[in-house]
Design a protein. Structure first.
Length: 95
């Protein structure tokens, strides 16, 4: 099984998160990064929900930017909901 972590972050942190996503790919993981997965023009909440639904774990990049982001808050809630129903799901917070 290929691990597919969902990378939750705010656009202000995109450079760091993209660098980490590329490092994860080099280690054989298949991260879900909005830049790579989300289709412009599609519903953002639906894309977030689908991404988290197909993920094997959730990595939350917490920063001043993400603390103020409604999208990150929405993703976090989706991740917590999935955790409650799937015992082997993991949430990792990167500060």
């Amino acid at each position: 099984m290929i691990h597919r972590p969902f990378l939750s972050h705010q656009w202000g942190d995109k450079r760091l998160v993209r660098w980490i996503a590329e490092a994860l790919v080099s280690k054989g993981l298949d991260p879900i990064l909005d830049l790579w997965e989300f289709v412009p023009g599609n519903s953002l909440p639906k894309s977030m929900s689908q991404g988290i639904a197909s993920s094997t774990s959730f990595i939350l990049f917490w920063s001043k930017n993400s603390a103020r982001s409604e999208n990150v808050d929405y993703e976090r809630e989706l991740g917590l909901t999935k955790l409650k129903s799937k015992m082997d799901y993991r949430i990792i917070c990167v500060i």
